[in-house]
Design a protein around this ligand. Structure first.
Ligand SMILES: Cc1ncc(COP(=O)(O)O)c(C=O)c1O
Length: 389
């Protein structure tokens, strides 16, 4: 790009941070024998019964725009699914289907973030919502999780949140969390909800990993404890629970009475999500429980392989990963995680994600996605030995 021409691109867009994960991955595009542990997805394809439903939807002529809210069958299905998971009625009038979780997050930012608004983000966290805030001209206030050495898990820093919440328009929380595997408990959720009610602060709860949890069916959700008109947006997705990352299908649950605001934004983002994909989404939810059960069983095996292997390296420390499918670990004596990932990729062919992707303070931290077969994971750790020992 010529430096002499002023293309008048918005300053915030020009200075938007590119993803360090992508930078690492892009360096080996087209290369063979890479073990990619950097991206957040399983290595299994979408189950055949869901793909078949998509084919049937196409054959049946479901190839037109849908309502902005989504097809009524899917909205109703999500309402029933969500109500049964969270043991309370989630009205279909609060649900909008989106082109995946990412699109729901962007729509949430468009609806709420004015230029200069302060939005609290609990970090480390998958960075995309922080970038959505910046695209809208808002300011990100990062409040890092604390490493509780006693229990060896991540903990919410409530004291720090209380300091900033008064001036914040919203707080963004992703639990179960990417990259740490942290799960917010119901007590913490109640405290945050009470605080936000008092200060009239929005909660944007990113719950795309709610089913990727190993000791119960579903993670604690703000839906469990909130009222229909709380200032709460819950974001969810088909990507992780039903192995549908490439489909781009998700949903958001908004306060009662506000759906028309979000429908308007869906219109001006994508008009409506893919119609045939929405028909397949109905089948994914209605017939997908066995698939989720098997996936969680397999992920548990992979998690144990990953955590046991990491435990063997004395340079490596990590708070226990309670959920989602990531291990997030610190290598005590490194100072540039991005450089470490580039070096590791070059020397071993194993792709890792640098901690700098997930907020400030990630220079010694690395994330791997362990949602891979035991064979591949064992092979990856064999190759990683010289880098981590
Ligand atoms: C925390 C979190 N939220 C949202 C998403 C978006 O997922 P999708 O856009 O595939 O639904 C991801 C994807 O990795 C994620 O990790």
């Amino acid at each position: 790009m010529s430096d002499n021409i002023d293309f008048k691109i918005r300053k915030v867009i020009k200075s938007l941070k590119s993803s360090p994960i992508r930078n690492v991955a892009n360096s080996v595009i087209g290369k063979k024998n890479i073990i990619p542990l950097y991206f957040g997805e399983t290595d299994i394809a979408t189950p055949a019964f869901i793909s078949k439903a998509m084919k049937t939807a196409l054959d049946d002529g479901h190839t037109f725009y849908s309502a902005n809210q989504g097809i009524s069958e899917l909205v109703e299905t999500i309402s029933k699914y969500s109500s049964s998971l969270h043991k309370k009625k989630i009205n279909s009038s609060r649900i909008m289907v989106t082109s995946a979780g990412m699109n729901a997050l962007m729509i949430a930012a468009e609806a709420l973030v004015n230029p200069k608004d302060k939005i609290i983000c609990i970090t480390p966290v998958w960075p995309n919502f922080m970038r959505c805030i910046e695209i809208m001209g808002g300011n990100v206030i990062e409040i890092p999780l604390l490493h509780s050495k006693k229990e060896n898990i991540w903990k919410l820093n409530l004291k720090e949140i209380k300091k900033y919440i008064k001036d914040a328009k919203a707080i963004y929380i992703n639990t179960p969390n990417n990259p740490t595997g942290w799960v917010m408990n119901s007590q913490e959720q109640s405290e945050i909800l009470e605080l936000c009610r008092k200060e009239k602060t929005w909660i944007i709860s990113d719950e795309v990993y709610e089913r990727i949890i190993y000791d119960r069916k579903v993670a604690p959700s703000f839906l469990d404890i909130s009222k229909d008109d709380d200032l709460l947006i819950v974001v969810n997705s088909f990507s992780k629970s039903w192995a549908m990352t490439g489909w781009r299908l998700g949903w958001m649950i908004v306060p009662e009475g506000l759906i028309s605001i979000f429908e308007k934004l869906n219109e001006f983002n994508v008009a409506s999500p893919s119609s045939p994909a929405q028909h397949a989404g109905v089948v994914a939810i209605n017939e997908g429980e066995k698939f989720i059960e098997k996936m969680i069983h397999d992920l548990k095996i992979s998690r144990d392989i990953a955590l046991n292997n990491l435990n063997n390296f004395s340079r490596v420390i990590f708070p226990y990963s309670q959920a989602a499918f990531y291990a997030y670990f610190k290598i005590k004596d490194i100072s540039d995680s991005e450089k470490f990932c580039f070096d590791t990729l070059e020397k071993t062919g194993v792709g890792l994600a640098p901690g700098t992707s997930f907020g400030k303070g990630g220079n010694k931290w690395i994330r791997i996605c362990y949602a891979k077969s035991p064979d591949l994971l064992n092979k990856a750790f064999e190759k990683l030995k010289p880098m981590l020992s």
